[in-house]
Ligand binder design. Sequence first.
Ligand code: ADP
Ligand code: MG
Ligand code: MG
Length: 252
Amino acid sequence: MSTLEIKNLHVSVETNDGPKPILRGVDLTINSGEIHAIMGPNGSGKSTLAYSIAGHPKYTVVDGEVLLDGENVLEMSVDERARAGLFLAMQYPVEVPGVTVSNFLRTAKTAITGEAPALRQWVGDVKDAMGALRMDPEFAQRDVNHNFSGGEKKRHEILQMELLAPKFAVLDETDSGLDVDALRVVSEGVNRVHGNTGLGVMLITHYTRILQYIKPDHVHVFVEGRVAEQGGAELADQLEAEGYDKYLTATV
Ligand code: ADP
Ligand code: MG
Ligand code: MG
C-alpha cells in the first residue's frame, strides 16, 4: 500500500510580470487502488497541480509538501520522481524527434527499474500492451509524438503507463480531443492497470464524460487554486447538472 499526500501546496508560476500565485493551499491524499477525479473550470490550476507534482521548472513551490510514502517528492529530480513510482501524463506532450516509441519505452523502463528489461520478455510485453490498446504494431517504430493524432498521443500515454507500472498516475485531461472509441480504449487501459496493479489515479478533467468509463472513488471540485468540495462519484453528476458557478467567488 502506497500513499501520495499533497499538503497545503502553494505554487506560483513564473510570468513576464514576475511570479503569479496559482495554487493556494491544496490538500489531497491518494492511496493505492483509489481513483480520484479532480474537476474544475478552465484556469482553476488543475494543470498547475499536475506540473508541480511533475517538477516542471516554470512552477515554484512556495509552501507545502508532496510526499510519496513519506518521501519528499519536491526534493526529487524529475527522473527520481519516475523511479519513485510517479507517472505524469501531460496535457501537451512533447515530440522526441529521432527516438522511436519502442526505444523510448525501453529506455524509460531501464531508467526506472535500473536495468534493461530482458529483450524477449519486453518485446512480448510491448506487443501485448499495444494489442490491448488496439494499436497497430507499426506504431512502435514511429518517432515519439511526431505527427501523432490526439488519440495516438493518449494511447501512447496509456501504453507508457501500462509498461512502466507506476504506483500513482496523474492524468491531465486524458479525455480531451478523444472520440468515443478512443475514449473507451484509453479508459479500459486505465481500468486495466488499476485493476491489475492497484495503481492510484489522479484523473484531472474538465468534463464528466470520461467518468462514465472510469469510476472515481472520490471527486474533488477544484476552484481558484484549491479544493472547494469533496465527495463521491455522485458529486460529478451534480457538477454535470449544475456546473461550477456556485463555487466561484462572486465578483461585481
Ligand atoms: P487549468 O488546467 O485548470 O485550466 P492551469 O493550471 O492551466 O489551469 O492555469 C491556472 C492559471 O495559471 C491560469 O490563470 C493560467 O493563465 C495561469 N498560468 C498557468 N501556466 C502559466 C504560465 N506558464 N504563464 C502564465 N500563466 C500561467
Ligand atoms: Mg477510495
Ligand atoms: Mg489544464
